[in-house]
Design a binder for this molecule. Structure first.
Ligand SMILES: Nc1ncnc2c1ncn2[C@@H]1O[C@H](COP(=O)(O)OP(=O)(O)O)[C@@H](O)[C@H]1O
Ligand SMILES: [Mg+2]
Length: 260
């Protein structure tokens, strides 16, 4: 099968990257797509969405994680761990990811190491989607993530500060297109929405004027999300009937449709 690599990136922290990546991944899996998630952040949030803390620390301090793969100590495909969610596998992150920039710096073609490491997995055709959760930085590691991606989704928080830095993000993507011309912005997804608040409307209006595609389904603030994260489950599994679970399922459909 053809594999589409999608990264979730925004240099602004707390914009909903990890939550969107984990839940969209789980929803795509539930719809029958084969999904590989890659946790690219030393905060381990994506890994924690699927495994409890003990297991995440065990994986993060072990030999089979994204850091070890980027070091070249293990093959990326040997770091794949199945999750309890149907059709969803994950490559965990590592606490050592704080040092990833130093690790990449002296290497040849340092911007393309993730792309190279992913090539055998893509060639094997095991996955419909590889979803990569990026950290809130704009360094060489995020360049790697974007240069390995076919598409990038930018989660934006519907808050007064949610749009700060978005112009930088667009410029950054444009620069990376210089070395990875295949990269496309698939769209912006709006997260943590309270429809009653004024800035929600302002956010939607400003985004509409940006000329970038905005997914019609946005995800509203929902306590179920934190409850689900607390027990290391995507909300789509924790409480499939919850509003956010339904929104993520809908968003996953829109993403899938837009990738065809
Ligand atoms: N729709 C939502 N409703 C309530 N809380 C949310 C929602 N989306 C994300 N959050 C919370 O907001 C915080 C930031 O989200 P996260 O996905 O970790 O952002 P990022 O990965 O961009 O830093 C987390 O504590 C998460 O639980
Ligand atoms: Mg995150």
């Amino acid at each position: 099968m053809k594999t589409t690599v999608i990264s979730f990136a925004n240099n602004k922290g707390g914009s909903g990257k990890s939550t969107t990546c984990s839940n969209v991944g789980c929803a795509l899996g539930a719809s029958g797509k084969k999904v590989l998630l890659i946790d690219g952040d030393m905060q381990l949030n994506l890994s924690l969405s699927y495994f409890d803390e003990d297991r995440v620390f065990e994986l993060a301090s072990g030999e089979k994680n994204i850091f070890r793969a980027m070091q070249g100590r293990v093959k990326l495909e040997d770091c794949i761990v199945p999750t309890a969610c149907e059709n969803v596998d994950i490559i965990p992150s590592s606490t050592l990811m704080s040092g990833i920039e130093f690790e990449l710096f002296p290497k040849m073609q340092r911007e393309f190491l993730l792309r190279k490491a992913l090539a055998p997995v893509i060639k094997a055709g095991r996955y419909d989607y590889i979803l990569v959760d990026a950290p809130p930085t704009l360094g060489t590691w995020v360049i790697n993530i974007l240069a390995a991606s076919d598409k990038v989704i930018i989660p934006v928080e519907a808050s007064p500060w949610g749009l700060f830095g978005l112009a930088n993000m667009f410029e950054f993507v444009e620069e990376i297109r210089g070395i990875a011309p295949g990269l496309e912005i698939l769209g912006i997804t709006v997260t943590k929405v309270s429809e009653r608040k004024n800035y929600f409307k302002q956010t939607m209006q400003t985004l509409a004027e940006s000329g970038t595609y905005v997914f019609p389904t946005y995800v509203r603030v929902d306590v179920n999300i934190e409850k689900a994260q607390d027990v290391s489950l995507p909300v789509t599994v924790f409480n499939p009937k919850s509003r956010s679970a339904q929104e993520f399922t809908q968003l996953a459909k829109e993403i899938d449709a837009r990738c065809r």
